[in-house]
Ligand binder design. Structure first.
Ligand code: ME8
Length: 514
């Protein structure tokens, strides 16, 4: 039986405390490129993103705006969804932690772990700012040891809270990380986590009584379940954890949790301990990507250096932004966001290299062969080397994408685009067109260029879905766009003879640098 391969990929669920910035769009765009690649490679994909809506901060922000917390988050989450739509994010579900389907899962997990004795009631002691009604850790305090928000003194305060016995699972999670080298990537983050666990894990405080915007603890409703115990479990909710056993079996363990580097610890250690307590397999891979920085500083609302992705999309198009993020930043490392570099990439890689290749090719097929591609023959050495490179590119691309070397995969495709442009210069079809004896050579060159573009349009579809579709349409490929698979890019010569291509239309206008 030909069993379908499945792939379950998640982004973090984002806090709706602020407008999303280009750093959040970066994480979601990578996940989208991976999800689209896996679909292209024939996997049945489930791609999840969502919003992490509970907590005191959100409750307080809502109150300041005279709104109920749910009214406040509804507004913000609508903005998330709008952004993901504009960026062509192809998520299969959007989970909100405020949804009843999620409450049910969190409470059931709490019950199961409590029933086996791994949750107990204790006392949480922290540094409390009374005017802000907030707990802070030592590290979060300002330079005078005061509240980082209002800068007034904090005091040590205790409240009743539930704790999860993380310490009990420390050794098992450590062993798991050590024995499964693929579980945590990039590899550089593994040692960090191993050292962290070796210093000893404290039990995790998982409830609060000082606010009520959260999921109530079953049978003890003055407590709400706090932060990670609520947030991480989101990954189980949409794939049928409590209500569709077959679906759950199909998609769990998750193939990839893609997260920012600062939350790798929660996704490997805390999540690992929770899942072990539940007797559920750990995800296959947690990948920690780097940050988008501006002049060396992490982009974040509190630093006031955020770039609004909506404005960028309005100005440059979603595909241009996607291209820049995927190409410019090596996954796993921090990368600089820079407007001039973005404009330069658009002008050189998109308008010039890709845009011109399509435009010149379609123009020449129109002018010299009345838009018709004639049957090709084997051709010259130059023709052969182009064809070989096309096949080689598709093969390398598959491997690089499987290895999450996304930026290298983009570069490989652009090398082939560069080669194709050079092929035009080398074969000079305008000269061939003037010579009756070169008719077959001309037909070969134009056919090979159209085929190269067909292959390029497939390979770029995970990065730039709209551009891929435009090329597909202008080439007038008869195979429906949605049905195209990676295998179609691994064969040179799929376009039928006498195929008619369309009119060239500009893909990316050049941007004037002010
Ligand atoms: O951490 N560059 O939510 P969040 C790259 N709710 N990535 C960035 C970034 C930047 N400048 N700024 C933020 C949370 N991110 C939790 C997650 S998951 C069960 C709960 C990334 O909205 C960040 O690294 O603060 C993180 O992966 C994601 O945005 C969500 O951040």
């Amino acid at each position: 039986m030909n069993e379908k391969k499945t792939f379950y990929i998640t982004t973090p669920i984002y806090y709706p405390s602020a407008k999303l910035h280009i750093g959040h769009a970066y994480c979601t765009t990578i996940a989208d490129a991976v999800a689209r690649f896996k679909r292209l490679a024939g996997y049945e994909v489930f791609f999840l993103t969502g919003s992490d809506e509970h907590g005191q901060k959100i409750q307080r922000t809502a109150e300041a705006e005279n709104l109920k917390p749910i009214e406040y988050v509804d507004k913000i989450v609508a903005g998330f969804k709008e952004l993901w739509k504009r960026l062509e994010i192809s998520n299969d579900d959007f989970i909100r932690t405020s949804e009843p389907r999620h409450h049910k899962v969190v409470q059931e997990i709490f019950r199961r772990i409590r029933d086996k004795g791994d949750i107990y009631k204790g006392e949480y002691t922290g540094l409390y700012c009374t005017p802000c009604e907030s707990y802070w850790t030592e590290l979060q305090l300002d330079e005078n040891g005061c509240c980082p928000d209002c800068h007034r003194p904090v005091e040590k305060v205790s409240e009743e809270a539930y704790f999860f016995k993380m310490s009990k699972y420390a050794d098992a999670v450590l062993k798991y990380i050590e024995e499964n080298p693929d579980f945590l990537e990039p590899k550089s983050r593994r040692n960090e986590m191993i050292n962290f666990i070796k210093q000893g894990l404290e039990d995790l405080c998982i409830s609060r009584t000082s606010f009520n915007w959260g999921i109530p603890v079953p049978d003890d409703e003055k407590h709400v379940i706090y932060v990670w115990f609520d947030a991480l479990t989101n990954y189980l909710t949409p794939i049928g954890f409590l209500d569709d056993e077959e679906k759950f079996k199909k998609f769990w363990p998750a193939d990839l949790h893609l997260v920012g580097k600062e939350i790798v610890r929660f996704h490997t250690i805390i999540w690992g301990c929770i899942l072990m307590a539940l007797g559920i397999d750990l995800p296959k891979k947690v990948y920690g990507h780097g940050w988008l920085v501006i002049g060396g500083d992490k982009m974040s609302k509190s630093k006031g250096n955020v770039v609004d992705p909506m404005l960028l999309i309005d100005e440059f198009s979603a595909d241009a932004i996607r291209y820049f993020l995927l190409r410019e930043i090596t996954l796993g490392q921090d990368g600089n966001f820079n407007r001039d570099a973005l404009i330069q990439r658009i002008n050189s890689d998109l308008a010039n290299d890709l845009g011109n290749l399509l435009h010149r090719t379609l123009n020449m097929i129109g002018k010299f062969q009345n838009k018709i591609l004639l049957a090709p023959t084997e051709g010259t050495e130059i023709d052969k080397s182009l064809k070989d490179m096309a096949i080689e590119t598709a093969k390398n691309y598959r491997q690089l994408m499987e290895d999450m070397k996304i930026s290298d995969a983009v570069k490989t495709v652009w090398q082939f685009i560069g080669r194709s442009n050079k092929y035009i210069d080398e074969t000079a079809p305008w000269k061939l067109a003037k010579d009756e004896t070169q008719k077959q050579n001309l037909a070969n060159v134009l056919y090979n260029l159209a085929e190269s573009l067909r292959i390029i349009s497939i390979l770029i579809s995970p990065f730039m879905p709209a551009t891929s579709r435009k090329i597909h349409e202008q080439l007038q490929i008869s195979q429906p766009f949605e049905e195209i698979r990676l295998e179609d890019a691994e064969i040179f010569g799929k376009i039928e003879k006498n195929h008619e291509v369309g009119k060239p239309e500009q893909l990316f206008p050049r941007i004037e640098i002010k």
